[in-house]
Design a protein around this ligand. Sequence first.
Ligand code: NAP
Length: 306
Amino acid sequence: MYDLIIVGAGIAGMSAAIYGLRAGRSVLLLEEKGYGGQMVSALEVENYPGIPRISGYELSENLYQQVSALKGEIKYEKVLKIQEDGKKKKVVTNRAEYLCNCVILATGAKNRPLGIDREKELTGAGVSYCATCDGAFFRGKDVAVVGGGNTALEDVNFLSNYCHMVYLIHRRDTFRGEERLVHNLQAKKNVAFILESEVVALIGKEHVEAVKVVHRQTGEERILSVAALFVAIGQMPDNTAFENVVEVDKTGYIIAGEDCKTRTRGIYTAGDCRTKTVRQLATAAADGAVAALAAAAELSERSLKS
Ligand code: NAP
């Protein structure tokens, strides 16, 4: 029996754990994979307030150390469902069942696939969703990145340091990502922008050898010989397991405002998995704090009443 169970050990979940533990609550963090979430694949983080520059991995380690120092418990289990059990919640995982008073869903988001033929088949054979994890395999080669947000721009920057040529394929002619990053890339000789274009096919028998790109206005087709395609077209949530206790919008994000409250009393949500306009490390950490303190306040209120 825990005061608080947090689902997901990314920055939102670990921040929630820190605030929950510091509020004197018993906390269990449940994480399906490794702690850190999306942050781990960020090579450099330069916009986390108070830390001019840090790798995503190091930031994640620091958070983990903070949780551990407060005696926070992390179990690596996949949460399958949450059931209401009177005033308590039952959290069912692939290994066990846990009872708690409050839950914070901090499930983050996973990489969005392009949705083209053979994408799944060639994942790991030239198709990648993580430039910092897989980029080194393509040293000296030509590669392409698809997307127009900060992730795509940062991936291109990273890859351009050791790939021969990096093509940035984006479906529009303006970018969602930061101007400053775009300017940096424009100055690089081994970066080429292929704008208003879409990747329509992956070419190669056992691994990626080229991609077919179509210009959206003219319909002109182009084959780019590349050894890898890095897909960086944003994230999508995966909250289907919790739809019995929370409301999700049409894209699957848990509906909650800045107070991080869901439609079910005692269930909160934090970070990229909830409806919000700004998805940054700083806003995810802030959500973790808000959700944990709201849960702690709810528990104090409940104990005053009983
Ligand atoms: P994002 O900002 O949502 O950008 C996704 C990009 O992919 C957009 O340019 C979008 O094009 C394009 N796209 C979406 N679906 C597509 C499709 N089916 N085919 C082709 N292109 C498609 O995603 P993100 O770059 O992963 O960033 C997510 C969040 O994390 C953002 O808030 C971002 O600022 C933040 N982030 C911050 C940092 C940092 O501050 N260091 C680093 C990485 C990410 P359109 O523009 O045409 O919609």
